[in-house]
Design a binder for this molecule. Structure first.
Ligand SMILES: NC(=O)c1ccc[n+]([C@@H]2O[C@H](COP(=O)([O-])OP(=O)(O)OC[C@H]3O[C@@H](n4cnc5c(N)ncnc54)[C@H](OP(=O)(O)O)[C@@H]3O)[C@@H](O)[C@H]2O)c1
Length: 272
């Protein structure tokens, strides 16, 4: 193993699991974290150092990082991957649903990033965060989820020039549909959701039919992990990476500055 240490969140399944496997293969000292160690069998088989970390629990984030520093003395990169879908429209979602979406998808990212910054400054490290095309384009029945992913994009784009001024690189990864446990893990039961959607039922049915179709042709988590590895290892760091041509085309419908370099070239001048 190299002496480069990467800490990855949400590695029980999907993109996080594939990223842990890819990081081990690329010779990183890989700290693969997950909130529930009962779900660790798959990630243990990658050879990663598996540790508990719940991104919504500040003590768990602090304890995990302290343990990594105690054992390895450094952190070279974090991959903020943990996230969860919250499906539904504003009228039908509770305020708790909106807060839950923000806790895991946004505040969890802020918590670990903030705690890791001193260690990343020491190594000239990187923060790589899996957001989504839904962090750029708002999508039907995703008000809570997309708002949280927009928040992450705003946080990271604001942080990027400041972090660069102390030698830390920032990248956001924007996948489209990826064939993971994302929908199943969110406990979404399409028939039940539609039955409970009231006046929104026809729109939700149309959305779910369309979206299930998108998932049958989605990218594999391994494809996305390969893009995360590029973000961890390629110089110079690129702020924004879509993970497929389809994701790029979708995001391009809203963004002129696809990789974020134009705006960061401008905002960087504000801090030097
Ligand atoms: N799949 C897609 O189509 C897609 C598209 C764009 C972006 N993304 C993003 O990609 C990332 C990974 O998702 P995925 O597709 O790989 O889905 P996934 O298979 O459901 O993986 C999500 C991971 O996040 C973990 N997690 C959830 N809440 C957590 C918490 N509080 N603390 C720590 N870990 C937590 C889950 O752990 P548990 O096993 O404990 O639940 C799981 O390991 C997410 O940020 C998601 O928003 C996914």
């Amino acid at each position: 193993m190299s002496d480069k240490v990467v800490v990855i969140t949400g590695t029980s399944t999907g993109i996080g699991l594939a990223t842990a496997a890819a990081a081990v293969r690329s010779d990183f000292t890989t700290v693969a974290t997950l909130r529930n160690l009962d779900r660790a069998d798959a990630v243990r088989s990658t050879g990663a150092d598996v540790r508990q970390l719940d991104v919504t629990d500040a003590d768990s984030v602090a304890e995990c990082l302290a343990g990594v520093i105690a054992d390895y003395g450094r952190v070279d990169a974090i991959v903020n991957n943990a996230g969860a879908s919250v499906l539904g429209t504003a009228e039908n979602l509770s305020m708790d649903d909106f807060r839950r979406a923000m806790e895991v998808n946004y505040f969890g990212v802020v918590e670990l990033t903030k705690a890791a910054m001193p260690h990343l400054r020491a190594t000239g490290g990187r923060v790589v965060t899996v957001t989504s095309v839904g962090g750029i384009v708002g999508q039907p029945f995703n008000e809570a989820y997309c708002a949280a992913k927009f928040a992450v994009e705003g946080f990271m784009q604001s942080l990027a020039p400041v972090a660069a001024s102390v030698g830390v690189g920032i990248c956001v990864i924007e996948p489209g549909a990826v064939t993971t446990e994302f929908v199943a893990n969110a406990g979404i039961e399409p028939a039940k959701e539609i039955a409970e959607a009231g006046p929104y039922a026809p729109a939700l049915r149309a959305y779910i039919e369309r979206t299930l179709g998108a998932y049958t042709v989605g990218q594999t988590p391994e494809d996305v992990a390969a893009v995360v590895m590029q973000a961890l290892t390629t110089d110079p760091i690129v702020f924004r990476r879509q993970t497929s041509d389809a994701a790029k085309a979708f995001v391009a419908s809203t963004l002129a500055d696809l990789d974020g370099s134009a705006i960061l070239n401008l905002t960087s001048t504000w801090v030097r």
